[in-house]
Design a binder for this molecule. Structure first.
Ligand SMILES: Nc1ncnc2c1ncn2[C@@H]1O[C@H](COP(=O)(O)OP(=O)(O)OP(=O)(O)O)[C@@H](O)[C@H]1O
Ligand SMILES: [Mg+2]
Length: 264
């Protein structure tokens, strides 16, 4: 299992929409953890009219439970909701009131440990990064960090210092990639070159299909086979591939270390 963090330089380029879409198309069990300190969005978005049970305690409830009992991590599923009928994708909804971000600050480390006790991958929506409330512990544990942005001068300019910080925060083996929303003035190749980060995918600008994921709008008949959903499927496969590369690299350095220890 691997931890995937989704971030942006601000400007709402579609992090939460993409995180929901990835979870729906993910090839295996996945937990979508809403870790954006600015507040939750999925209960009042994609889950509108889809909630079949009370939403339960969510991220803040889990953080409070972990404070008094670290073993609460074993009951992670009690804090999550099925995002799909099969339950293969689950949601840990985030805080409602951004003032609660301060309460979460000391809990991030144990929250990350709890996320990693599950048997599937974790997609963490961190939202805009760069504020004092950005959950750095989650980034430190990430295998793959995806920054979403529109290919505009403003977004590229805002992304640059944040990527510098990211490179210093994430582990040496973790992979950083970009996901571009196809409605800006620059090509993916230009943005990748300027920011010196690989572009994992370009998603189409598809407002009607995006609203299904961001606002719970009724899907059109073509939704599942839409360009957006196919783009998300490709992005998910690229992210999984990056996580496999990280795992291989970790395994490689472990066996190299073992070999050097046992050498005479
Ligand atoms: N691929 C897309 N095509 C068209 N519109 C999109 C796409 N992805 C997202 N959107 C739209 O952009 C808006 C913002 O999306 P979203 O809330 O996911 O952004 P965000 O980056 O999570 O923002 P915030 O930082 O405020 O959390 C929504 O109205 C959503 O429908
Ligand atoms: Mg968001």
């Amino acid at each position: 299992m691997a931890l995937f963090c989704l971030t942006s330089p601000g400007g709402a380029p579609g992090v939460t929409t993409t995180a929901v879409g990835l979870s729906l198309t993910w090839p295996g069990r996945v937990l979508l953890a809403e870790c954006d300190p600015a507040g939750r969005r999925v209960l009042s978005g994609f889950m509108t009219d889809r909630l079949t049970q009370p939403p339960g305690p969510g991220l803040l409830g889990l953080a409070m439970a972990l404070q008094s009992d670290p073993k609460a991590a074993a009951a992670l599923d009690d804090y999550t909701l099925p995002l799909t009928e099969s339950g293969q994708a689950r949601l840990l909804y985030g805080i409602h009131d951004p003032r609660h971000a301060r309460q979460l600050a000391p809990a991030w480390q144990s929250l990350v440990k709890a996320f990693l006790t599950g048997d599937g991958d974790v997609i963490a929506d961190l939202g805009r990064i760069g504020s004092a409330e950005t959950p750095v512990s989650v980034l430190e544990a990430a295998d793959v960090v995806l920054m979403m942005l529109r290919p505009t001068l403003g977004q590229v300019d805002a992304a640059r210092p944040r990527l510098d910080v990211l490179r210093n925060v994430v582990g040496s083996n973790a992979r950083i990639g970009l996901c571009l929303l196809d409605d800006g003035s620059y090509s993916a190749a230009e943005v990748g070159r300027v920011l010196d980060v690989p572009v994992f995918a370009e998603l189409p600008h598809s407002p009607a299909d995006a609203r299904v994921l961001s606002d719970g709008a009724p899907p059109r008949l073509t939704f599942k086979s839409s360009l957006l959903m196919r783009g998300l499927d490709g992005l998910g496969r690229r992210m999984r591939q990056a996580a496999d590369e990280v795992a291989d690299q970790v395994e490689g350095s472990r066996s190299g270390l073992a070999a050097s220890r046992s050498a005479p």
